[in-house]
Design a protein around this ligand. Structure first.
Ligand code: FOL
Length: 210
């Protein structure tokens, strides 16, 4: 199994949320998120690793995210989750290390996605100098860059992984064809360049660590 893949929608200032939710509604991005994270070869599913806050932020009608393994992190071992039900398993883990240690050996799992929130992005991007101590590094970021508007009221941010001070120069932007090939979607077009939906300008990008 390859490394961890981060998927995130972020403004140019790396804002990802406000008041415990996303401050935008971009149906085309949610459709992309859903298709990318669901797509797996026959007999396999992807695991989506998320913090407890991200789990709680997913609208009730979409939770758990179906046909994907929902791995929720909480140090509270009594944290209430709905019953685990195929084809949508739900698992509780105390931390990222435990989750990855258990999931990486499962032959039925295709890819491991980190879907937030900010502390999990920070942990897997290894900013703030802690990187070398952590064996669980993300090697790919599927970034939906929100170009406009600025959403200046964001109160949660992802680390600026492209900043030189955070090892930004080790990240290379893949070509659009590279993204399309990696995603391997059939019957879903990933548009290239800046898109507009619901009055919001955004772009689907893929960054890979060298
Ligand atoms: N990455 C990207 N690119 N966009 C996001 O909105 C996003 N959101 C999260 C993590 N990475 C992201 C975490 N938050 C749903 C809601 C919130 C959420 C993640 C997913 C959600 O409802 N997903 C449904 C889509 C339903 C629809 O098409 O409207 C799903 O089935 O995946």
């Amino acid at each position: 199994m390859s490394g961890l893949t981060i998927i995130v929608a972020a403004t140019r200032r790396n804002g990802i949320g406000q008041n415990r939710k996303m401050p935008w509604h971009i149906p085309k991005d949610l459709a992309y998120f859903s298709r990318i994270t669901t797509n797996a070869p026959d007999g396999k599913i992807n695991a989506l690793i998320m913090g407890r806050g991200t789990w709680e932020s997913i609208p009730a009608k979409f939770r758990p995210l179906r046909s994907r393994l929902n791995a929720v992190l909480s140090r509270n071992s009594e944290y209430p989750l709905p019953p685990d039900d195929l084809p949508t398993p739900i698992l509780l883990f105390p931390d990222l290390q435990t989750a990855v240690d258990q999931l990486k050996f499962r032959q039925d799992i295709h890819r491991l996605f980190i879907i937030g929130g900010s502390s999990l992005y920070r942990e897997t991007l290894g900013s703030l100098g802690s990187s070398s101590l952590l064996p669980l590094q993300a090697d790919r970021v599927l970034l939906t860059r929100i170009h406009e508007p600025d959403f200046l009221d964001c109160d949660v941010f992802m680390p600026d992984f492209l900043d030189e001070r955070n090892g930004g120069s080790s990240w290379k932007r893949a070509s659009h064809d590279g993204l399309v090939t990696w995603a391997g979607l059939t019957g879903f077009n990933i548009p290239e360049g800046i898109q507009e939906d619901n009055g919001i300008k955004f772009e689907f990008q893929m960054w890979v660590k060298s």
